[in-house]
Design a binder for this molecule. Structure first.
Ligand SMILES: [Zn+2]
Length: 128
C-alpha cells in the first residue's frame, strides 16, 4: 500500500464518520421542524397576537435553511463515498488528475483539484 492509499483510507474513514454525524443531525433537525409544525398548528385558532405569526414563520424558515445546508453536505459526502466505491476517489472530476492529499484532508469531499475548482467557481460546473 502506498502512502497515498493510506492517506485516502484515512480520509475515507473521516467521510464515513461525517456521514453518520450528518444523518444524525438531519434526524434531529427533522424532529425540530416537526415539533415546530405541531406548535404552529396548536397555536392556530387560539387567540394569539398577530405579530407572533411572522416570528414563528421565520423560525421555521431558519430551520429549513439549516436543513437544506446539512442535506447538501450529506449529499456531498454520499457523492464522495460513491467515488470511493467506484475506485475514483481522489481524482479531480474535471481534469482527472489526482487531488493532493492535503486538499482532501482539509476538504474530504472536494470534487476538483485546486485549478479546476477555480475554473468551476468562476465559470460554473457545466462550462468546460
Ligand atoms: Zn482538475
Amino acid at each position: 500500500m502506498s502512502t497515498r492509499d493510506t492517506e485516502l483510507k484515512e480520509i475515507e474513514q473521516q467521510l464515513r464518520d461525517a456521514l453518520v454525524e450528518a444523518e444524525q443531525e438531519l434526524e434531529q433537525l427533522d424532529e425540530q421542524v416537526r415539533e415546530f409544525g405541531e406548535t404552529l398548528e396548536s397555536a392556530e385558532g387560539a387567540d394569539n397576537h398577530p405579530g407572533d405569526d411572522s416570528d414563528r414563520v421565520s423560525e421555521q424558515e431558519r430551520l429549513l435553511t439549516i436543513r437544506g445546508q446539512l442535506s447538501a453536505r450529506r449529499d456531498d459526502i454520499v457523492h464522495a463515498l460513491q467515488k470511493v466505491d467506484d475506485g475514483v476517489f481522489g481524482a479531480c472530476e474535471r481534469c482527472g488528475n489526482q487531488i493532493p492529499s492535503g486538499r482532501l484532508e482539509a476538504l474530504p469531499f472536494a470534487r476538483y483539484c485546486v485549478d479546476c475548482q477555480e475554473i468551476v467557481d468562476r465559470d460554473g460546473a457545466a462550462a468546460t
